[in-house]
Design a binder for this molecule. Structure first.
Ligand SMILES: [Zn+2]
Length: 304
């Protein structure tokens, strides 16, 4: 598919054009990863705790999903979250999983507790036909859907002598899902297209990534090997202004894992004695990989 030379994509937020670019320009570098190196999350057995994995309470426990059910997560911790903590995780996960993410979830046939009833049937676009700017609505199946991913700096925890806590958003990588924008352009014979974007929520996104990392490390039995896991729990549950200490991202080239939806791996920085997780959502489309520092490993413990 050839994209017209003068085709411009504008991303507009809160009534302002915040980015304007010519399609077909530089794409982020991408390399293929080998899916056979990954543990299949679907094959990891669920566990039962009988206490809240965040606060230790034994009151009103419910099943906790490691990866949100809405992203296709089936790995669970039975009786793993109390009602107070469930409400907190639900709040930041909902912030992330709505908006364009809701449409991508629908297009990728991911599960939905409301059977995708809240997904809009149409997507609003502003297109330029001749000299005229027109607002049109396309059925969701025929529209391009853009999903933003954040590139963060390094977790501040790893910066020697740094007590920094802020989450630095270095750039935004926009993933294109749904219909190929080039196809839509040629179908409509338009010269420009403006998409009304969703508000950005990098902190909620980082909290969700940290939660996935913590839950997965818990299931794998690694959390009890850490000196002070409550530091990380505190950052994603109670004090999101501390989340930049723990969450960062790996710079490009991005890695694409064919046929893999979500990738989580627990690793150690052996020289520093620090455990961390790699988390990648939409791994098949080569979305950025995030790192979550889990904490310092106790003397004498090993991760494997
Ligand atoms: Zn709790």
């Amino acid at each position: 598919m050839k994209v017209a030379n003068n085709f411009t994509l504008r991303v507009m937020r809160e009534g302002k054009i915040v980015r304007e670019e010519t399609l077909g320009g530089n794409l982020p570098e991408m390399r293929a990863g080998d899916p056979s190196e990954l543990a299949d999350l679907r094959c990891v057995p669920s566990i039962k705790t009988g206490f809240c994995i965040y606060c230790g309470s034994t009151n009103q426990l419910s099943r906790e999903h490691v990866v949100p059910y809405a992203l296709g997560g089936t790995l669970t911790i039975t009786e793993g979250s109390c009602e107070v903590c469930r409400k907190k995780t639900h709040e930041f996960e909902t912030d992330v999983l709505t908006g364009p993410m809701r449409m991508v979830r629908y297009l990728q046939n991911l599960p939905s507790s409301t059977k995708h009833r809240s997904v809009p049937k149409t997507v609003e676009l502003f297109v330029k036909l001749g000299e005229m700017q027109q607002q049109i609505e396309l059925p969701i199946e025929k529209a391009p859907i853009f999903l933003d991913f954040y590139e963060f700096g390094e977790p501040k925890y790893l910066e020697a002598a740094s007590r920094g806590t802020s989450l630095d958003v270095c750039s935004v990588v926009t993933g294109s899902y749904g219909q190929d924008p080039g196809h839509v352009i040629s179908e409509l014979s338009t010269k420009g297209m403006t998409i009304v974007g969703a508000p950005r929520r990098p902190v909620a996104f980082a909290r969700m990534i940290a939660k996935i990392a913590y839950c997965f490390a818990f299931v794998q039995g690694h959390i009890r090997k850490l000196e002070n896991p409550s530091e990380l729990i505190d950052a994603f549950m109670e004090n999101p202004n501390l989340i930049g200490r723990f969450v960062g991202s790996i710079p490009p080239p991005f890695v694409k894992y064919e046929g893999v939806s979500i990738r989580v791996a627990i690793k150690a920085l052996a020289s520093e004695g620090i455990a961390y997780a790699e988390v990648q959502l939409f791994a098949a489309s080569g979305a950025p990989t995030y790192i979550v520092v889990l904490g310092r490993i106790r003397d004498g413990e090993v991760l494997s």
